[in-house]
Design a protein around this ligand. Structure first.
Ligand code: 2NE
Length: 276
């Protein structure tokens, strides 16, 4: 029932159904590893979903290629074959780590983002599921970081958010040993919300999204910003404060300040209550 969006993407797919946007990394031949173009398209798609006032929940997933559940992938991180000197290199020959911008965008998108983890979530792909608000995994999913093995690391959300989620000891184990963990282990660690059979993954994810869609979008927005404020430092506070400003702008009190300026008169704030 998904309806394709109008944008022409090469590395991803963008679809909408019942106020849900589904964004799919579509490079199954490399386990949905991302190159700079993939990330640029993901940033564009998340911006489209964010701006679409009809969209209330966003799902991020990876394209299945149908070669067996143990071969499916959510995302295997940065495409090591285009990793150059200082970042991942695309058609413009500029080395980039633009996935960090994507992580930030997922965090500040004021709508719940669900990672629908259909297989390997490894390296930078593992961090992508971490920065989503919820993670729903199929039983075949595998989780892990590989940075120290392939000469990389993500010390931002990849380390700090992971530690906030699973605890310091476990987070260090994940990074220091570069093991893979089953979906059940990820559930026990608190990294995923639920685990379902592979063939029920999308149905279950859509069910969660539809439950969320019954709730107040503004309350959800404020809650997402509140959770981020606790872990994201001043950037988290900025997001929360931005939402407070949004709400304030809708008040007569804020409009009086704007109108007085435009009308070149003194603002009359006496009419507004001074709440305790
Ligand atoms: C994902 C995993 C565990 C799957 O293993 P398996 O055995 O099922 O598949 P296989 O044969 O390894 O991979 C299938 C094809 O996909 C390519 C492989 O090279 C292979 O292609 P061919 O050689 O047959 O042509 N492929 C898989 N992952 C790729 C990748 N990341 N880049 C380019 N090609 C890839 C297994 O494939 C695996 O461990 N993959 C590598 C995971 C990894 O180390 N990712 C990078 C971590 S660093 C990172 O993502 C990062 C960061 O640390 C900081 C900032 C930004 C990014």
């Amino acid at each position: 029932n998904w309806v394709a969006g109008t944008r022409n993407y090469e590395d991803i797919k963008y679809e909408v159904y019942d106020h849900i946007a589904k964004i799919t990394i579509n490079r199954p031949e490399v386990r949905n590893a991302f190159r700079p173009k993939t990330v640029s398209e993901l940033i564009d798609a998340f911006s489209v979903a964010r701006d679409d006032t009809e969209v209330g929940v966003i799902i991020l997933t990876g394209q299945n290629h149908g070669k067996g559940q143990d071969k499916e992938a959510f995302c295997s991180g940065g495409d090591q074959k285009v990793r150059g000197n200082g970042g991942y290199v695309g058609e413009d020959h500029i080395p980039r780590l633009n996935v960090l911008d994507l992580q930030h965008l997922i965090r500040i998108t004021p709508k719940p983002v669900i990672a629908m983890v259909n297989g390997f979530a490894i390296g930078g792909g593992h961090v992508l599921h971490l920065v989503c608000d919820l993670s729903i995994a199929s039983e075949n999913a595998r989780f892990g970081q590989t940075g120290p093995r392939v000469g990389s690391f993500d010390g931002g959300y990849g380390a700090g958010l992971l530690a906030a989620m699973v605890g310091q000891k476990k987070a260090r184990e994940i990074w220091f040993l570069c093991r893979q963990y089953t979906a059940k282990e990820a559930l026990d660690m608190g990294m995923v919300n639920t685990v379902v059979p592979f063939d029920q993954l999308e149905e279950e994810t859509v069910k969660w999204a539809q439950e969320i869609l019954c709730l107040s979008p503004m309350a959800l927005r404020m809650l997402k910003a509140s959770f981020n404020a606790a872990t994201d430092g001043l950037a988290g506070l900025q997001q929360f404060a931005g939402d407070a400003t949004l709400l304030y702008y809708t008040s007569d009190e804020a409009k009086e300040g704007r109108d007085a300026f435009v009308q070149k008169r003194k603002p009359d704030f006496d009419q507004f209550p001074k709440f305790p």
